[in-house]
Design a protein around this ligand. Structure first.
Ligand SMILES: NC(=O)c1ccc[n+]([C@@H]2O[C@H](COP(=O)([O-])OP(=O)(O)OC[C@H]3O[C@@H](n4cnc5c(N)ncnc54)[C@H](OP(=O)(O)O)[C@@H]3O)[C@@H](O)[C@H]2O)c1
Length: 324
């Protein structure tokens, strides 16, 4: 489904039905368009981010973009928009994740769509204040905790949970325990392994959630190669060599890439499509445009998924977070 066909997905009218979504990292890149379309489809969207001025600015721009797009439509094709709200969330601090979930629960009784979209890619090795490698915590562990805290709100309306993974998960060629941190040199090589492990864990998470909570539709997606987001900025801002990385990423984008908006389609289809059903589609993995696909053997294997689940529960428990 190309971005121009997103209007085939259902619209809701806030005056008749309150549909609520929470999008992590909705202020930039793929998340920005995810928020735009949910807002245009009548959702009350909580845009969860770590920097209030960046998120508030994004919400202002999204409202403006929505107004511009709606003006171009014939009167009978116009739909009422939803609402946008900022939710403070820094995924590198689990106590902030707890706080964000608590704040959300104090504001809304149910959550129709949770989109675990925020992420970082291929950063140098560093450890968060919670003691996890930064890519693992941002992409996976913090989203695990957030999801578990919000699960009762999602279950209340039999909602959906969409976790944004990546085709990069395929780089984990064999299953490794998440305790294996791959803190080796050169970073340029091993950082991709750490990213792959975090994104494999995200797919496994969706699979395990689907098994444990079949009343909620849980899927994972690869958005596409979307080279004009901020995900690559660590590499493109490197002194001297940054320009070569920038050129390389532009080249990849030119031949294989999709736009930021097209990158949001797989997520939006997962969140809104009436063609997806809990009975048949739970735990599946979708790629660019929302095409059903098979993840790597490592990500698809349920024994691995169960090990990853148990590892995460124990690690969170050790830090004082009871995840279930
Ligand atoms: N672009 C691609 O080609 C591609 C391919 C496969 C998968 N993906 C996945 O798609 C998702 C979205 O990425 P994107 O390409 O749209 O990149 P992006 O423009 O960099 O967006 C990432 C978002 O995550 C947020 N974020 C990062 N660290 C955070 C933290 N500690 N706490 C809260 N929010 C945090 C960022 O917030 P700030 O603005 O505050 O930094 C930003 O809003 C990621 O999960 C990425 O792995 C992307």
């Amino acid at each position: 489904m190309p971005a121009r066909n997103l209007d085939q997905l259902p619209y809701y009218d806030l005056r008749k039905q309150r549909k609520v979504a929470l999008v992590t990292g909705g202020n930039s890149g793929i998340g920005w368009y995810t928020v735009l379309h949910l807002y245009m489809h009548g959702f009350v969207v909580y845009v969860a981010g770590r920097n209030s001025s960046r998120v508030n600015r994004a919400m202002k721009d999204i409202k403006k973009e929505a107004r511009t797009r709606i003006k171009t439509l014939a009167t009978d094709q116009r739909h009422p928009v939803g609402e946008l709200h900022f939710l403070s969330l820094d995924l590198t601090a689990l106590k902030v994740v707890e706080k964000a979930a608590k704040r959300f629960r104090s504001l809304e009784s149910s959550l129709d769509v949770l989109i675990n979209n925020a992420g970082v890619m291929a950063l140098p090795y560093s450890v968060t204040e919670d003691g996890f490698e930064i890519q693992l915590q941002t992409n996976y562990v913090a989203h695990f905790l957030l999801t578990m805290r919000l699960l009762p709100s999602v279950k209340r309306c039999r909602g959906r949970i969409i976790t944004v993974s990546s085709i990069g998960h395929n780089l984990e060629f064999s299953y490794f325990s998440l305790s294996q941190s791959f803190n080796y040199k050169p970073n340029m090589l091993f950082t991709w392994m750490r990213y792959a492990m975090a994104k494999t864990a995200s797919i496994q998470f969706a699979k395990m959630l689907a098994i444990k909570h079949p009343d909620v539709l849980c899927i994972s997606v690869h958005p596409g190669l979307v080279m004009k987001t901020n995900l690559f900025s660590y590499w493109t801002r490197l002194p001297i060599v940054g320009i070569f990385f920038w050129f390389f990423f532009q080249l990849v984008g030119y031949f294989f890439g999709v736009s930021n908006e097209e990158g949001s389609v797989a997520t939006l289809k997962g969140a809104l499509s009436t063609e997806l059903e809990r009975e048949w589609d739970n735990g599946k993995y979708y790629t660019t445009g929302g095409i059903e696909s098979k993840p790597s053997y490592v990500a698809n294997n349920l024994d691995n998924a169960a090990s990853t689940w148990l590892w995460t529960i124990h690690e969170l428990r050790d830090r004082g977070y009871e995840p279930t």
